[in-house]
Design a protein around this ligand. Structure first.
Ligand SMILES: [Ca+2]
Length: 180
């Protein structure tokens, strides 16, 4: 008789446990399975430009890595174009592809020529994320924030119109921020 009762209680307990665990699973599908997004800030690992004032000083290689210049000054550790008077571009490459949310351009001389910022998807298509007049102080950072891209980004393109100020717009470093 006692063992019969025990069996009944065990069956009831088992059913209750099943019902509870099913409810938990329904309420939180995939819980604990989704990978945690990781925000990543990167410095460029290589760079190319439309022109360069010199090599290796003032070349696009001088935009690789973290910022080095802390004043508004002509400094060979930043990129400078050959002429400082016309349309130029600078392209930066990054180690990790990310769903991009921000680009930061560290400018250390003659700020005012930045015209467009684009992020490039994995098919090589460039997407405009900023266009305008860059009126911030020198030295200073143009920080461009935008909704997280639906595609992964490993390359940033800057378009610079140096006819705006008729002078060199030197760039020391460029950061790409996004979700890995
Ligand atoms: Ca630099």
């Amino acid at each position: 008789m006692q063992s019969k009762h025990l069996l009944t209680w065990l069956i009831l307990g088992g059913l209750l446990w099943l019902a509870t665990s099913c409810r938990i699973r329904d309420a939180a599908p995939e819980a604990g399975v989704m990978p945690t997004p990781v925000a990543l800030a990167q410095w460029a690992i290589s760079a190319e430009a439309s022109s360069q004032f010199g090599f290796p000083d003032w070349s696009p290689n001088r935009v690789i890595g973290e910022p080095q210049v802390s004043a508004c000054v002509d400094d060979p550790r930043a990129w400078a174009s050959a002429r400082g008077t016309g349309l130029e571009w600078l392209e930066l490459y990054y180690a990790e592809p990310v769903y991009a949310t921000e680009v930061r351009v560290y400018q250390t001389f003659g700020r005012g020529g930045m015209a467009r910022v684009l992020v490039v998807d994995e098919d090589g298509l460039a997407h405009l994320v900023w266009e305008g007049d860059d009126t911030g102080p020198c030295p200073g950072v143009l920080a461009v924030s935008f909704p997280r891209t639906a595609f992964r980004v490993q390359r940033v393109r800057l378009e610079i119109d140096e006819s705006r100020q008729g002078f060199w717009n030197q760039i020391d470093a460029v950061a790409l921020i996004g979700i890995k």
